[in-house]
Design a protein around this ligand. Structure first.
Ligand code: PMP
Length: 359
């Protein structure tokens, strides 16, 4: 068996140890005589798995009791609608910051449900920067302030938390669990699972409990966070297998030393890759240096007619999914938690060799 290095932006690489454990437990989970996939979500086994996953996540991220942890479905894209439905009220206004393609989607969805004020945008720099906080035009009475701490496509990440009076609502899909954060800074944190949490099909929402119970009356039960919280995320059938895998990923992260330890590894991986790009006249990354993502590293080749050859040769070398998003072009290396330092070293060696032969 040969496993390649996988730089996919999502669904992304999973830790090999997790996949091996899932394989070993597939047919008969802990002597139950059944697969996890075949068990009732009301069974003691699944309820136990869900409780353990939540407890491990709370420990990893330092999530206090004043927050509910919800395991939902529909991806981060469904939360783009759930956020205004749960927080905006009948005639409310919300502030949004636009730093890229995912912010734009959240804004477009928010506008279906109420008044959206785009407080700042970096569209004029082609989303290679983050507008400084002192340029943001916040509303006086916003129900919340929404932003995207890591733009997966543009590779732009906030390394600061904006000051605001309204609760911060953040789409952490591609940065969650990559380094420690202070959960108490936020009102709502949400993320699709398929980067640092587990397989696609699971969506995580961490919501401060005082923000529950504000949903408009038309809010569908399936999008209402209070309904989910009141039913321990089992109002309907949850994605049980994805939740089980997420639980294994959380245990794996704990065994790596938690978010402090993985954060240090992630910083080292990103620094190496950016240094390789910056030290070459052949590769370039357009993002302002202080806002360069630790998880998603876009880069271009000096001659884009070589893009196809680069990708084909990378694949031959066992380096998969390096094609950039269609809206940006070029390459993108996503280096989430399960993409080890060895993968980044292999990518850098390949890039240097490719440059020597084609630069
Ligand atoms: N937000 C961000 C930052 C993302 O990276 C993605 C997916 N790549 C999404 C939202 C959409 O997530 P989903 O596919 O889970 O709806």
């Amino acid at each position: 068996m040969t496993r390649c290095y996988n730089f996919c932006a999502g669904p992304a690489a999973l830790p090999q140890a997790v996949l091996e454990q899932a394989r070993d437990e597939l047919l008969d989970w802990h002597g139950a005589g059944l697969s996890i996939m075949e068990m009732s979500h009301r069974s003691a086994e699944i309820v136990g798995i869900a409780e353990r996953a939540e407890a491990t996540l709370r420990e990893l991220m330092g999530i206090g009791d004043e927050y509910a942890v919800l395991f939902l479905q529909g991806g981060a894209s469904t939360q783009f609608a759930a956020v205004p439905l749960n927080l905006l009220g009948e005639n409310g206004t919300a502030d949004y910051v636009n730093t890229g393609q995912w912010s734009k989607k959240a804004i477009a969805e928010g506008k279906r449900f109420g008044s959206v004020n785009v407080a700042a945008s970096s569209e004029d720099t082609n989303f290679t920067t983050i507008p400084p906080r002192d340029t943001w035009k916040l509303s006086a009475d916003a129900a919340y302030l929404h932003y995207t701490p890591n733009e997966t496509i543009g590779g732009v990440e906030y390394f600061w938390v904006p000051e605001a009076t309204a609760p911060l609502v953040v789409d952490m899909s591609s940065t969650i669990l990559s380094r420690p954060i202070n959960v108490a800074d936020y009102g709502v944190i949400y993320a699709g699972a398929q980067k640092n949490i587990g397989p696609a099909g699971l969506t995580l929402v961490i919501v401060r409990r005082d923000l529950l119970g504000r949903a408009v009356s038309q809010c569908p039960a399936m999008l209402n966070w209070k309904t989910a919280a009141d039913n321990d995320s089992m109002y309907n059938t949850p994605p049980t297998y994805a939740l089980y895998l997420a639980g294994l990923v959380f245990e794996w992260l704990k065994a790596q030393g938690g978010l402090e330890a993985i954060g240090a590894i992630n910083r080292r991986k990103a620094e190496k890759l950016y240094a390789a790009i910056d030290n070459s006249a052949f590769y370039a990354n357009p993002v302002e240096v202080p806002s360069r993502s630790l998880m998603n590293v876009p880069f271009t080749l000096a001659d884009d007619s070589l893009d196809k050859v680069f990708l084909a040769e990378a694949e031959q070398a066992g380096l998969l999914n390096l094609k950039g998003h269609r809206s940006v072009g070029g390459m993108r290396a996503s280096i989430y938690n399960a993409v080890g330092e060895d993968a980044v070293d292999a990518l850098i060696a390949f890039m240097q060799d490719f440059e020597q032969r084609n630069g």
